[in-house]
Write a protein that binds this ligand. Structure first.
Ligand code: NAP
Length: 306
């Protein structure tokens, strides 16, 4: 793989930026990787791990002379970071981000950017429940989708170049319109996270089942909720505050379906339950056929009893 950008600046050095740095380096996609983070502690850890060629104290310094700047901070912090870097961006550079919500990020970042840069927002659909610079790994984006959401009127060349970068990191790339992205993600990611948070919260509140029983017998399904519910609170607070409409729409539909299932259980309507579960099983098969998960029992866990 050959170099796509001369100097990439990563603003924020957590799971996503750390993984990008490692994946870019592995494939030789950037001449130089410059990084910065808000706290001295994160900058020190990133330095110790050798994530970047150079780490700067401020975002303003990091973006100087960069031909790609990627905002890798929580969605709610994107606007303030954009305002800080705007006066220091090199003419012709591309500004991108990795935020899990697109419309709100475009509205928050776009107005700060000067005319002489290209704004090409993106979202890699890859992550784990871990955060911080130590959690990054080079394989995170392999065979995962990255959705690029170009602002209206963006020329083809900067979009194609960003696509080449993500493909070089192993991702599959699609382009999508921002509002549609937010609706799709409300279905596939945001609402499922909210449901996982709720289920774990319910188990915690329920006094008739002890905490030790919940932990001991969690392999029966609950364990997978707890993994999702261990995700970073700041990131997820910002996702819900910034993808309000789509999440509320999907949550409304979810509640209706839940009531229908609740009614079927109460009335002993086995046919309804069976048909419903048959339909959902087909969705799982589709995900496996698309190569987005493993067919191994228990999500490929090693077979050891837990
Ligand atoms: P992370 O590991 O928690 O790292 C976040 C980084 O942002 C840290 O370097 C942190 O700096 C910095 N930061 C936090 N609050 C800030 C603020 N108010 N101002 C400036 N910098 C701030 O997060 P991540 O998982 O990499 O997520 C980064 C972005 O990727 C988010 O927008 C998220 O929506 C998106 N994303 C996440 C996933 C996922 O599964 N995790 C997947 C796809 C996209 P300090 O360490 O110095 O505090």
């Amino acid at each position: 793989m050959s170099q796509v950008y001369e100097r990439v600046a990563l603003i924020g050095l957590g799971l996503i930026a750390g993984s990008m740095a490692l994946a870019m380096r592995r494939a030789g996609l950037a001449g130089e990787i410059v990084g910065t983070a808000r706290s001295a502690e994160t900058r020190a850890i990133a330095g110790e791990l050798g994530l970047c060629d150079r780490i700067t104290e401020t975002s303003a310094e990091a973006v100087k002379g960069a031909d790609l700047v990627v905002l890798c901070v929580p969605v709610g912090a994107m606007g303030a970071v954009a305002a800080e870097i705007a006066p220091h961006l090199a003419p012709g550079c591309t500004v991108s981000d990795v935020g899990s919500v697109k419309k709100a990020v475009i509205d928050a970042v776009g107005p700060h950017l000067p005319e002489h840069v290209h704004f090409v927002p993106a979202h890699p659909l890859a992550g784990t429940e871990h955060s911080g610079p130590r959690s990054g790994f080079a394989e995170l984006f392999e065979n995962r989708w990255c959705l690029i959401v170009p602002a209206e009127g963006t020329p083809e060349a900067p979009v194609a170049r960003l696509r080449a970068l993500w493909e070089g990191m192993g991702a599959l790339v699609d382009t999508m319109e921002a509002e549609h992205h937010d609706l799709v993600l409300a279905v596939t990611s945001h609402t499922p996270h909210l449901i996982a948070y709720t289920m774990v919260g319910v188990a915690d509140d329920l006094r008739r089942v002890t905490d030790s029983e919940v932990i001991k017998y969690s392999a029966a399904g609950f364990r997978d909720f707890t993994r999702i519910a261990a995700s970073d609170p700041t990131m997820w607070r910002d996702v819900f505050l910034n993808n309000k409409e789509a999440t509320l729409e999907i949550l409304g539909r979810f509640t209706e379906e839940l009531f229908a299932l609740q009614r079927a259980i109460r009335k002993g309507d086995g046919a309804h339950l069976f048909d419903y579960f048959t339909r959902t099983r087909a969705i799982r098969r589709g995900i496996i056929q698309a190569g987005q998960d493993t067919d191994a029992p228990d999500f490929g866990r090693s077979g050891k009893k837990t």
